[in-house]
Design a protein around this ligand. Structure first.
Ligand code: FAD
Length: 558
């Protein structure tokens, strides 16, 4: 009996257990799409396994703009159906993941020569509210030039005509992915990181029925038998389709790169998020403040290099800084002010003759002759609905194939709150947080630190605070105990296997607190070595990998 299926300490045992075991569904890819599929499928009564070749959310799902949004700009492309669907999904994802999907006030400045004029902006935001069924208090408000400047004094005055205030939702994409995955594991799914699907297995009729999976930590191979296989490999979808001997013709992926840059909040102290278009290409850019920083992005350029390693270059950074300095002329952000960056690849569906920004963000499903189901495109925001469509297909196929599957339930993920988010209303959530912060003295942790933990882990922050008390009672210094307690939680409940998993994806610190990391990471490396029982060489290798990632975000400066 394995006590905790999402502990890095159970990973080896799990790999042995699943070898040659039989599953109803194997999901390849541990981004938001795979996580959503695993959760939906396990809740319908299927036996599910998910394999991810790196860490969970390592692909695009930790490198987005981190918004759960309706995609206002898709209205320009007349993608009404997409805006309606993701608009409605915003509200659902907020309801099921309240501690990591928070309402975010957004200002849309209307500028002379901008791609949307005053009337179109007002109409666009009105339609947006209608399509998404936005509640009254969050519906758009159109502002005069004077009121727009009051809302955001940094805006450029000479070309400003007015503005629109509306709401989107802000998230942490990697944490949303891990909370969904944790929920799936809680329902009985098995999710393994550093497990790469290398080869598919077929029955004598040529139907895909399993995969050989490589444990990328110690190299062993395991065989997983599965009735259905879903390829949710994001930008790698075509690579995985090729493993299935599919000749990629007709619809295929078109990858575009998107870069974000991070500056200290005092360099760009916006009063709320701003969504603006000042560049000649009509692209819209976000400036989003959070926890002491502001991040700005994104670019959208064709990408044909190595999929595993997209990086920001000088052109990307200059483009974003030019956009920010044009709309906020007083701030004068220089490349040297950039404290971090991240770059991700959009797995879009190719359409002949279209530029990156014109390509649809809709998802597409491909089914190969062997029965491999691949899903590509889409958005973070729409993950739940994408998963529902895929699992409907999987369930229907299984029901047709055997009486054993007649009992399968329908989708209920719109009602399942993710791990850490057990609240029915925002008021209930705030009351929980207030009560937790009130116990700061008994937990021996600063109030602000408790709040930080809550916004990452929701109700699971309590486990970290209690572990901290255990460490304190063993005589540990407070600064060390609370740090170690958080790392302990990651190792035992979020399958953290190395420094990068923890500092990049579980906590986002490489992006949002890079300036504090130099002092912090050697201590965290020691914590991890202790908790995971690493040898000195293994610890050194983790430090080297982290230092590489630490430098890579500013590599374009050279
Ligand atoms: P991924 O997250 O890339 O996951 C696929 C995973 O499959 C990877 O982790 C990879 O390692 C794994 N894999 C590949 N091959 C194998 C194999 N053989 N075996 C096992 N695993 C394998 N959407 C929004 O809704 N809001 C936004 O604000 C937003 N902003 C964006 C900004 C940028 C710059 C980009 C690039 C995208 C943005 N998106 C946004 C889109 C959104 O991020 C993506 O649609 C979503 O993250 C894709 O998730 P995924 O799970 O399909 O792919």
């Amino acid at each position: 009996m394995i006590s905790n299926h999402f502990s890095a300490l159970s990973r080896n045992e799990l790999l042995t257990k699943v070898d040659n075991d039989y599953f109803d569904l194997l999901v390849v890819g541990g981004g938001i799409t795979g996580a959503g599929i695993a959760l939906d499928a396990v809740c319908r009564g299927l036996k599910v396994i998910l394999v991810e070749k790196e860490d969970f959310s390592w692909g695009t799902s930790s490198r987005s703009t981190k918004l759960i949004h309706g995609g206002l700009r898709y209205l320009k492309q007349m993608e009404v159906g997409l805006v309606r669907e993701v608009g409605k999904e915003r509200a659902i994802v907020h309801r099921i993941a309240r501690h990591i999907v928070l309402p975010e006030k957004m200002l849309l400045p209307i500028i002379e020569g901008g791609s949307l004029g005053k009337r179109m902006s007002s109409f666009g935001l009105w339609i947006y509210d209608k399509l998404a069924g936005v509640e009254k208090e969050e519906q758009r408000k159109m502002l005069s030039k004077k009121k727009t400047l009051k809302a955001e004094p940094l805006l450029r005055k000479d070309i400003l005509q007015g503005g629109g205030l509306y709401y989107e939702y802000r998230t942490d994409d990697a944490r949303l992915t891990i909370e969904i995955m944790k929920t799936a594991v809680g329902q009985g799914a098995i999710c393994l990181n550093y497990a790469e699907a290398e080869k598919f297995l077929y029955d004598d009729k040529g139907a895909v029925q399993g995969a050989v999976v490589k444990d990328r930590i110690d190299g062993k191979l395991v065989t997983i038998q599965a009735r259905k296989i879903v390829n949710a490999a994001g930008p790698w979808v075509d690579k995985v389709r090729k493993l299935d001997q599919v000749k990629i013709s007709g619809k295929r992926l078109h990858l575009t790169k998107g870069v974000h840059v991070v500056v200290n909040y005092h360099k760009l102290p916006v009063q709320q998020s701003v969504y603006f278009d000042v560049m000649d290409d009509g692209r819209m850019v976000f400036a989003i403040p959070r926890e002491g920083i502001t991040y700005i992005g994104t670019t959208d350029t064709n990408y044909t290099k190595e999929i595993d390693a997209p990086e920001a270059d000088g052109n990307d950074v200059n483009y974003i800084l030019k956009a920010a300095n044009t709309i906020f002329p007083g701030v004068n952000i220089k490349p040297a002010d950039v404290i971090s960056t991240w770059s991700g690849l959009r797995p879009l569906i190719h359409e002949d003759g279209k530029d990156p920004s014109e390509l649809s963000r809709k998802d597409e499903v491909f089914v190969s002759d062997s029965g491999l189901i691949s899903i590509a495109g889409g958005k973070l925001t729409g993950y739940r609905k994408m998963a529902e469509r895929i699992v409907d297909k999987v369930a229907n196929d299984l029901k047709e194939s055997s009486e054993n599957y007649k009992h399968l339930k329908s989708c209920k993920t719109h009602k399942i709150k993710v791990s850490g988010a057990k609240f029915d209303t925002n008021e209930e959530m705030r009351a929980f947080l207030a009560a937790l912060v009130n116990q700061a003295e008994s937990y021996k942790v600063e109030e602000s630190h408790i709040a930080n933990l809550f916004w990452k882990y929701g109700t699971n922050a309590v486990s970290i605070l209690e572990k901290n008390l255990d460490y304190l009672s063993e005589g540990m210094e407070p600064e060390d105990s609370i740090r170690l307690a958080e790392v302990w939680y990651g190792v035992n409940f979020e399958m953290v296997t190395n420094l990068n998993d923890y500092l990049i994806r579980r906590t986002g610190r490489l992006y949002f607190e890079r300036d504090k990391l130099e002092k912090m990471y050697p201590k965290i490396a020691e914590d991890l070595a202790k908790l995971l029982g690493l040898s000195e060489d293994q610890q050194k290798a983790q430090i080297t990998a982290f230092e590489k990632a630490y430098k890579a975000v500013l590599k374009w400066q050279k």
